[in-house]
Each structure stands twice: as structure tokens, then as C-alpha cells.
Design a protein around this ligand. Structure first.
Ligand code: B12
Length: 210
């Protein structure tokens, strides 16, 4: 079994200590940081998602996997940071109201930071008003919304509405993402863009700011 396969297994098992040592081992072997994330850590989390769906895994186990994955991501993070001092733009990023999922949002934030953007992380369960206030306070060019639940996807629409209400919708580009989100949904609610993963999110931001 390759180190990346073992790493995926450790994420599935929720074994934080093994995730840390295998992440380090993979990096040591010369596996690219992004590949450690995509082909090791996220690959494991994808299996967790499938098992959770069919009832083979339950919330406490999923949380252990999530924690283990986060510990691995922390180790890779410094290697992604480009160290650029130029600020290419400011992004307010958060998980929408009612939603507590933050693994994907954190990955998006990390990739954006490592590409030279300033990221204001709003955390989880962020209300439309909080997004509006943060965008104004930081003169953000981009607002990124994350949602993992079909029920909280609707909070994305409410958040866009709040920017319209405040009269500042044209000052920002609003991008959305998360497992249940699609291009079609983005168009439906009047978002400026959608990206299916962290690397494409960074590309999307680059395009919108060009
Ligand atoms: C981990 C997890 C949890 C953890 C979250 C821990 C944490 N700190 O985030 C815990 C255990 C807390 C949890 C709780 C719940 N969960 Co949950 N969870 C998951 C799981 C297994 C993985 C999600 C994940 O982290 N994926 C890995 C990351 C890397 O992927 P990602 O989030 O999609 O992010 C990528 C892209 O989407 C994109 N992206 C993400 N955000 C953004 C933002 C922008 C701007 C852009 C451009 C791109 C982008 O880039 C990311 C990186 O590539 C999913 C299964 C799944 N298939 O998604 C279920 C899932 C999302 N959960 C689900 C459910 C039902 C729940 C609960 C209601 C369970 C319960 N009964 O209590 C609660 C809800 C809590 C709440 N109010 O939010 C369902 C949702 C079903 C639905 N149709 O709505 C899912 C789909 C599982 C399932 N199949 O049933 N969960």
C-alpha cells in the first residue's frame, strides 16, 4: 500500500496520530503538498462521506475523521504558503448560517492565502448581516460562501439578498461552493461564480479580479 493510501485509511479510521505521521512520511517521500491533500486526506474524507451516507459511520466517527484530517492539513499548510507579501485582493469567506461544516471552506481559504490573497475567515454559521458587515469593514472584493447541507443552501440566497438590500451588491463578487452546490444553483440565486474545489476556487477568484 502506498503512503497516500495508508494516509486515506488513517483519515477513515479517525486516527489523528497516524494521519500526522503519514502526512509527514508522504511529504518526506517527496509527494507534492497538494497531492497529499487531494489524494491522501480528501480521498479518505470522500470514503467517510460515502459510509456516513449509507449509515456505516456515525457523527462521532465522522468528527474524529474530520479532526484527523485537519491535523494533517495543518502540517501541509506551511508548505503551500507562497510567502508573497503582495495582497492580490481581499476575500471574506465563511460557512453560511445554520451550517457547521468547515473543512472545505478552510481548504479554500488556505489555497487562496497561499496564492497571495488576504482571507477574512468568518468561521461557520455566519449570518447574512455578518457577511455584509465584514465585507464593508474590510473593503472586500470577493465574498465566498460555503454550504454543505441542502437546507443551508438557501442561506446563500438570503446572503446575496442582504448585499442587495444594503445597496452594495455591485461592490463585491459573490462566489459559492460546497458539495451540494452547482453552476445551475449559482446562476439561479444570482451568484457571480461557483467552483467545485479549492484549486478551481483560486482560479475563479483570479478570473473575477482580472
Ligand atoms: C465531515 C462531515 C460532517 C462533520 C463536519 C466537521 C467539520 N468541522 O466540518 C460533522 C460530523 C460535524 C457533520 C455534521 C452534520 N452533517 Co455532515 N458531513 C460531513 C461529510 C462526511 C464530509 C464533508 C467534508 O468535509 N468534505 C471534505 C471537503 C474537503 O469537501 P467540501 O466540503 O465539499 O469542500 C470542497 C468543495 O465543495 C469546495 N468548496 C467548499 N466550500 C467552498 C466555498 C467556496 C466559496 C468555493 C468556491 C468552493 C468551496 O472546495 C472544497 C475543497 O475542495 C459530508 C459528506 C459529503 N459527501 O460531503 C457530510 C454531509 C455534508 N453531512 C450531512 C448531514 C446530514 C449532517 C448533519 C445534519 C448530521 C446530523 N444528523 O447531525 C450535521 C449537520 C450539522 C450542521 N448544522 O452543519 C449530509 C448532508 C445531506 C444534505 N443533503 O443536506 C452529508 C452530505 C452526508 C450525507 N451524505 O448524508 N458533518
Amino acid at each position: 500500500m502506498s503512503t497516500l493510501e495508508e494516509l486515506s485509511k488513517a483519515v477513515i479510521a479517525g486516527n489523528e496520530a497516524n494521519v500526522k505521521s503519514l502526512t509527514q512520511a508522504a511529504l518526506h517521500e517527496g509527494v507534492k503538498p497538494l497531492s497529499v491533500i487531494n489524494d491522501g486526506l480528501i480521498a479518505g474524507m470522500n470514503v467517510v462521506g460515502k459510509r456516513f451516507k449509507v449509515g456505516d459511520m456515525f457523527v462521532p466517527e465522522v468528527l474524529m475523521s474530520a479532526r484527523a484530517m485537519a491535523a494533517g492539513v495543518e502540517l501541509v499548510k506551511p508548505l503551500l504558503a507562497g510567502g508573497q507579501m503582495v495582497n492580490k485582493g481581499t476575500i471574506v469567506l465563511g460557512t453560511v448560517k445554520g451550517d457547521l461544516h468547515d473543512i472545505g471552506k478552510n481548504l479554500v481559504g488556505m489555497m487562496l492565502e497561499s496564492s497571495g490573497y488576504k482571507v477574512i475567515d468568518m468561521g461557520v454559521d455566519t449570518s447574512p448581516e455578518e457577511f455584509v458587515a465584514a465585507a464593508q469593514k474590510n473593503s472586500a472584493q470577493i465574498v465566498g460562501l460555503s454550504a454543505l447541507l441542502t437546507t443551508t443552501m438557501l442561506a446563500m440566497k438570503d446572503t446575496i439578498e442582504a448585499f442587495i438590500q444594503e445597496g452594495i451588491r455591485n461592490n463585491v463578487k459573490i462566489i459559492i461552493g460546497g458539495a451540494p452546490i452547482s453552476h445551475t444553483f449559482a446562476e439561479e440565486i444570482g451568484a457571480d461564480g461557483f467552483a467545485p474545489d479549492a484549486a478551481s476556487a483560486t482560479e475563479l477568484v483570479g478570473q473575477l479580479l482580472a
